[in-house]
Design a protein around this ligand. Structure first.
Ligand code: NCD
Ligand code: ZN
Ligand code: ZN
Length: 366
């Protein structure tokens, strides 16, 4: 995308006999989503078109039940995703493996050779949704990480400690100190992505880290601070992990995302859960944003006066980090507001998307 000025249709003045002004348009290289939950079965079929309408590719998270831990199960999941894609839609799922205490280092060579497995995902056991099989001690995973460093397969991190003595709002910052810093020293050649960052500590760490360390940022962490969890009452649909943080942290994320620094790129972490699982005495973590993902990022970048940097964040930094080609087609947005439905159908269940019943300022044109 050239400067936004040259891409935006200027809004003409409305004179007598003139029709309503044409909305401003923004055309960018088609983006990719570098952190996405598609689930499986009828939920997969229901949510996939939301992503495929906007993004050419997505890094698909492996936290199914049971998790995707082998190249063979990733191959089968990839085929189910392709089969669920409506006729005429194009979308490339970039598969990941779920790191467990028992993963054999030999799986990494197979993953690299497959051509469709693009990363391995680390969840600390018990940290988040479907993470029961996660790693109990990072030291146990060192042989696998060494194989990943050797084969050039990136490590994706849910970067929160699970230590119950650490305050839930501090779990990302403590993960960086206790685990990520030693990891970057132990594996200087391993590409790592700190996923869904939420704090100024994370933005500072990523900025000063070597080039092999990047981070994804979600739309909801750029839009909301932790007040959104308690606005007029408890708001389960704003509950995700890592938790939303203070306003100063949200502002630091916006600064990082809109800075043009190639270490930061788009990852929605869109995570569908049925309404009843969120509106519960023990609700699930995860926010659904795939229905309006790029439109929400456009709002954020526009508000920050940085629409001209949206394309790099959404369409260039991710593929460059993953050493994949940038997309060649484009996506066009229009500054025209629309109302998000109160709920969406996720197969037999329904779910509540971000901004349910409220307006989004940008619309998808094509
Ligand atoms: N982010 C979330 O709150 N939930 C994700 C898991 C994750 O990305 O940690 C999910 O799978 O629902
Ligand atoms: Zn996570
Ligand atoms: Zn996630």
């Amino acid at each position: 995308m050239a400067a936004v000025g040259s891409n935006e249709t200027p809004i003409p003045p409305v004179g007598p006999g003139m029709s309503a002004p044409t909305a401003a348009r923004l055309t960018l290289t088609r983006p990719d989503d570098w952190h996405l939950h598609l689930r499986d079965g009828e939920v997969l079929a229901a949510v996939l078109p939301d992503t495929a309408r906007r993004f050419a590719r997505a890094i698909v998270m492996p936290n199914l039940k049971p998790p995707i831990t082998t190249v063979e199960s990733a191959r089968a999941y990839r085929e189910r995703i392709h089969a669920a894609l409506p006729a005429g839609m194009r979308f490339e799922p970039l598969m990941t493996l779920y790191l467990t205490d028992n993963m054999a280092a030999s799986e990494i060579g197979k993953a690299r050779a497959s051509g469709f497995v693009h990363a391995v995902k680390y969840y600390p056991a018990g940290a988040t949704t479907n993470s029961e099989s996660g790693v109990t001690d990072l030291a146990r995973a060192y042989p696998v990480l060494a194989a990943m460093e050797k084969h050039g397969l990136p490590l994706l991190l849910h970067g929160e400690v699970t230590d119950p003595t650490v305050d839930v709002f501090d779990r990302e910052a403590v993960f960086i100190d206790r685990h990520l810093m030693p990891l970057t020293r132990a594996f200087p050649g391993l590409r790592m992505v700190l996923e869904h960052i939420t704090t100024s500590a994370a933005t500072e760490f990523i900025r000063q880290a070597p080039d092999n360390v990047g981070a994804t940022i979600t739309a909801h962490h750029l839009l909301l601070n932790r007040n959104a969890l308690f606005e007029g009452g408890l708001r389960p649909h704003h509950y995700c992990l890592p938790l939303l943080k203070r306003e100063a942290h949200r502002a630091a994320l916006v600064t990082a995302a809109t800075s043009g620094n190639p270490k930061f790129f788009l990852g929605t972490d869109s995570a569908p859960h049925p309404r009843h699982a969120k509106e519960s005495a023990c609700g699930c973590a995860g926010v659904y944003t795939a229905h309006a993902a790029i439109e929400l990022y456009a709002e954020i970048f526009e508000r920050a006066g940085a629409l001209d940097r949206l394309e790099a964040f959404a369409s260039f930094h991710g593929p460059d980090f993953y050493r994949l080609p940038r997309n060649r087609d484009t996506l066009t947005l229009e500054k025209r507001s629309w109302t998000v439905p109160e709920e969406l159908r996720f197969g037999k269940e329904t779910g509540v998307p971000l901004r349910a019943g409220e307006m989004v300022a940008w619309s998808l044109v094509k």
